[in-house]
Design a protein around this ligand. Structure first.
Ligand code: F6R
Length: 609
């Protein structure tokens, strides 16, 4: 998703803006640009299609002077990913970068056209510099011009603006998309997240929804939606100043897959006490699990699949009824909600627009708001009554891997805590489950030994045009996750199905050599899944079975390939089985030669609906 950076500096800024944009690359983008106010007071910009390397080359050929500037990585929404549509958008008076969508841009364009202001691009954003320019031409100060224009804009967005003739003035606004002000000793910064600001400062103020900021050198004035002066806290962020690097790995995704024994270990250390073999929640729930009539989970994509697995856990182990929805559907369904329930939002970024909107709906419907987040200093985090962290470190690969397994680990601990509170899990069972959780990092490490085998299987999968994934019970969401992972990074069409649904339609798709990935560790459902495998094999499908040793013995020779993962407590099998599922997608994508870490059309942090 689009990224914004800004610097009011004491020295030339264009190189540092480019560096800061590199730290936002993980969000996904398809063009980029920078604008500065030079020593002569004039605004100048450089923009380029594609990756930041193109912008860097452009800047090398035609450097940008100036101690104040804004930069942007654009993920196209309105208008293709061309240089003309790239930000900053500007007139001779003002340059603007935007993250989000200005929903009423068409009406505003018509209004501007009537006054002779014509856009050069197809973007929604360009109405902002044109509107501000019209206000400036009418004699407004930059601050008054922005105040007037903000009142005209509908949508969810963040903005940063600089002005010709103004060597130390920058204005920013937060309307539903995140933006943070960074406080330096003599400089001031802006960024879409704390990661972008980390090399400059760890003292950060997150603007709240509706806020806007006037930055004049290091003087910072904040206003709320009603244009009243407000104060917001300066926090010390934990975001690392080190530019994330791939280490010895070819891609961030592969590095993140391999980090999982460690990241799950980190997550576990937060949620369980190994000495007493108990789950220990450091966060105080807004309502006790024992009194909770229902838990409503909303999330998107991979985080939604983590929520689906958790539904099986909360219902089975804690007898707590759970509704799970994709956030984009939930909010528009307008479900009735009994007051006093708890709603849980799962998100790696904490900025996903649909998840945030679902949160706000639930808050309005009298629910206690809990979230499970990797970026706890995010908008969702700030709007939650309680935040459970996943603690897996910055996830850079666009395809979520380590965040997923850390989400599952934290959710497993929460389900055990819920079971304990509701009297459905005894102290002995809790100890058994905590021991099983504690064993996860070691077993995940062993599961990664299947990598060579997944690489070989992936060579075959890379020739397929369709792949099916099947799973039953708590492995069904993993089938969905496997299909999503393969689609998003290899661009091969894939579908995940509940194994029992196969004969209700999808079986028609089975033909000679169609790869069918079955995720089925040995459990009380394995027998039934084996029957489904027979149905696939009888029709020529080529089965790759992901199972444990006992499952491999049970399956006999019905599978063309068996990937054997270590045996683990039944509840935790989705966490261990996630690793070969991720590796299969990763190696298939590598065989296909796609851009694994930044797949086409995708964004890491989806801040538009
Ligand atoms: C898939 C993936 C996405 C995200 C989804 C939610 O690999 O990464 O499906 O899971 O966009 O993002 P967050 O978790 O940031 O809310």
């Amino acid at each position: 998703m689009c990224g914004i950076v800004g610097i009011i500096g004491q020295a030339p800024v264009s190189e540092r803006l480019l560096e800061a944009l590199k730290r936002l690359e993980y969000r996904g983008y398809d063009s980029a640009g920078i604008a500065t106010v030079g020593g002569d007071g004039a605004l100048t910009r450089r923009r380029a299609e594609g990756k930041l390397g193109n912008l860097s080359a452009r800047l090398e050929a035609e450097p940008l002077a100036g101690n104040i500037g804004i930069g942007h990585t654009r993920w196209a929404t309105h208008g293709g990913p061309t240089e003309t549509n790239a930000h900053p958008h500007m007139t001779s008076r003002v340059a603007v970068v935007q993250n989000g969508i200005i929903e009423n841009f068409k009406a505003l364009r018509e209004e501007l056209a009537a006054d002779g202001y014509e856009p050069q691009s197809e973007t929604d954003t360009e109405v902002v510099p044109l509107l501000v320019t019209r206000e400036l031409a009418r004699g407004a100060t930059p601050q008054k011009a922005v105040e007037t224009v903000l009142a005209k804009l509908n949508g969810a967005f963040a903005l940063a603006l600089i002005f010709s003739g103004e060597q130390s003035l920058m204005i920013a606004a937060c309307r539903g998309a995140p933006i943070a002000v960074g406080h330096g000793d003599t400089e001031t910064y802006l960024g879409s997240d704390a990661m972008a600001l980390a090399p400059f400062t760890n003292r950060v103020t997150f603007l709240e929804d509706g806020d806007w900021a006037v930055l004049e050198g290091s003087k910072i004035s904040l206003f709320d939606r009603a244009n009243q002066p407000v104060k917001r806290a300066v926090i010390t962020t934990q975001a690392s100043g080190l530019l994330a690097d791939k280490g010895n790995h070819r891609h961030f995704m592969l590095k993140e897959i391999h980090e999982q024994p460690e990241t799950v270990g980190h997550t576990l250390a937060h949620y369980v006490d190994l000495a007493s073999e108990t789950v220990r929640l450091r966060e105080t729930l807004p309502i006790d699990f024992a009194d909770m009539p229902r838990l409503t989970i909303s999330a998107c994509g991979t985080a939604y699949y983590a929520g689906l697995v958790a539904k099986y856990w909360f219902e089975r182990y804690a007898r707590l009824p759970v509704d799970v929805d994709v956030a984009s559907e939930f909010r528009y369904r307008e479900p009735p909600m009994e007051k006093g329930g708890m709603a849980l939002f799962i998100s790696q970024s904490g900025e996903t627009a649909d998840t945030l909107a679902a949160l706000r709906y639930c808050a309005g419907a009298g629910q206690h708001i809990a979230s499970l987040l990797n970026v706890t200093e995010s908008t969702i985090g700030r709007e939650s009554d309680v935040v459970f962290p996943t603690l897996c470190g910055a996830e850079i690969g666009v395809a979520s891997t380590k965040a997923f397994t850390s989400q599952l680990t934290a959710l497993a601990a929460l389900a055990v805590a819920a079971g304990k509170a509701r009297g459905t899990i005894s102290a002995g069972e809790e100890a058994e489950l905590v021991r099983a959780l504690a064993g996860l990092p070691g077993l995940m490490h062993d599961a990664l030994r299947a990598e060579k085998q997944t690489e070989d299987i992936a060579r075959q999968m890379a020739r397929a045009s369709d792949v099916l994934y099947l799973g039953r019970g708590q492995m069904f969401p993993l089938a969905l996750e496997g299909a999503l992972k393969l689609k998003e990074i290899s661009y091969i069409h894939a579908e995940g199905y509940a194994a029992g649904e196969l004969k209700h339609g999808p079986i028609a798709l089975i033909e000679e050599d169609l790869p069918v990935i079955v995720v089925a560790p040995s459990d009380d459902l394995m027998e039934k899944t084996l029957s489904n495998m027979q149905e696939v094999a009888a029709r020529g499908g080529s089965i790759v079975l992901i199972t444990d040793e006992e499952g491999a013995n049970q399956a006999g020779d019905s599978a063309a390939e068996v990937i054997t993962v270590p045996t683990v407590h039944n509840m935790l099998a989705p966490i261990v089985c996630a690793l070969p599922v991720q590796l299969l997608a990763y190696h298939t994508a590598v065989h296909m030669g796609t851009d694994v870490d930044q797949p086409r059309n995708l964004a890491k942090s989806v801040t538009v609906e």
